[in-house]
Design a protein around this ligand. Structure first.
Ligand code: KG4
Ligand code: ZN
Length: 337
């Protein structure tokens, strides 16, 4: 298919962000993100509330994305949506909306995998990495090292066997009494702390896999012990605790990324997913790149956490490869006798 005159509307609703984006010929024209904050008080995403809020916000978010793009809806060639993984109710809101809209416009839909989209968020900007590259995808639900040979040829070569890196951040934050999602707060307080103040367990998994549940237990026992000695321990040491926890998570991630570059002999690395917004991880990628002579790419902040621009860029490559789904406008009814 021609690379020109491709107009795609993309929708992301897999968790607690309602997002819509418009792409024209591989360039993002708009990327509107509404983040649900109601979950803060529950210490995690409440699936039922998340789907209700998606229903409430999807229309205004899509309208704003279209308006900001300056593209007429009759010019769209396809509507893309996140198919999986994600919360089933939240996914249903985005996919139903996309399918209905596509049917009304009589254009195809493009179903996109959320994790593939995180990886391809590295292809949104002009300064994109060259293939082949390795992507460390670190989000609230996944931790993967992905070997990327082309936009549609991705292979997971390592992943977590238990908690994701984002979960490690969020659960540690919860133990420190910080609200959900704690990752960004740990990042913030870590800037004022000493990363070597405390030592926590660093799991050593075989091959390119990760494990973060041992780290969580190690932090839990450490805090319990210290709080008996001094009930104010966390408050007094919050910055050092955040810095030490963050440094441990980053060390575990970087160790496997180095191993992956050696095993694959691929020296271009990228990061993706919510945790790639972490300033310590971004700095570590820069420092390791210098030390190991890697080329690297770090996505802009707005493309790290969940967003529809990454769905749009993935859909663009799928559209060019003819991977679209036609929706039949004529319902087939069979009589029951
Ligand atoms: O990719 P994402 O937005 O949603 C999922 O697909 O899961 O990732 C959300 C995760 C959360 O665990 C959040 O705490 C984490 O990304 N996160 C961060 C930072 N910003 C978001 N973790 C550490 N430092 C940050 N600055
Ligand atoms: Zn995500």
């Amino acid at each position: 298919m021609s690379k020109h005159n491709v107009h795609i509307l993309a929708i992301e609703s897999s968790c607690d962000e309602t997002s819509a984006s418009v792409l024209v010929d591989g360039i993002i024209r708009s990327n509107i993100i509404y983040t649900q904050t109601i979950h803060e008080k529950y210490g995690g995403v409440v699936p039922e509330s998340a789907s209700r809020l998606h229903i409430k916000h999807i229309l205004p978010v899509v309208e704003e994305a279209i308006q900001q793009s300056g593209i007429a809806r009759t010019d769209f060639n396809a509507i893309a949506y996140t198919q999986s993984p994600g919360l089933i109710g939240s996914l249903l809101v985005g996919s139903s909306f996309a399918k209905s809209f596509a049917q009304a416009l009589d254009i195809p839909t493009i179903a996109v995998n959320h994790m593939q989209a995180h990886v391809l968020s590295n292809l949104i900007e002009d300064t994109r990495p060259e293939f082949p590259f390795l992507c460390l995808t670190v989000s609230g639900g996944h931790t993967q090292i992905v070997k990327c040979l082309s936009p549609l040829n991705l292979e997971i070569i390592g992943e977590t066997i238990d908690d994701a890196a984002g979960e490690a951040f969020d659960k540690s934050a919860k133990m420190l009494g910080l609200p959900y999602p704690g990752g960004p707060l740990i990042d913030k307080y870590a800037k004022e702390g000493n990363p070597n103040a405390f030592k926590f367990a660093e799991p050593n998994m075989p091959e390119l896999n990760f494990s973060f549940s041992g780290l969580k237990t190690s932090i839990l026992y450490f805090l319990q012990k210290e709080k008996i000695k001094d009930p104010e321990f966390i408050t007094k040491n919050l910055h050092d605790l955040c810095a030490s926890i963050q440094a441990t998570i980053i060390k575990v991630l970087m160790k496997k990324l180095v191993k992956a570059t050696k095993e694959t002999n691929i020296k271009t690395v990228c990061i993706a997913g919510g945790v790639s917004a972490n300033s310590g991880l971004r700095e570590a990628i820069r420092a390791y790149a210098e030390r190991y002579h890697w080329k690297y790419h770090i996505p802009k902040f707005e493309y790290c956490t969940d967003n529809a621009a990454m769905i749009a860029i993935t859909a663009y490559y799928k559209y060019l490869a003819g991977e679209t789904t036609e929706l039949s406008t004529t319902a087939s009814a069979r009589s029951i006798q």
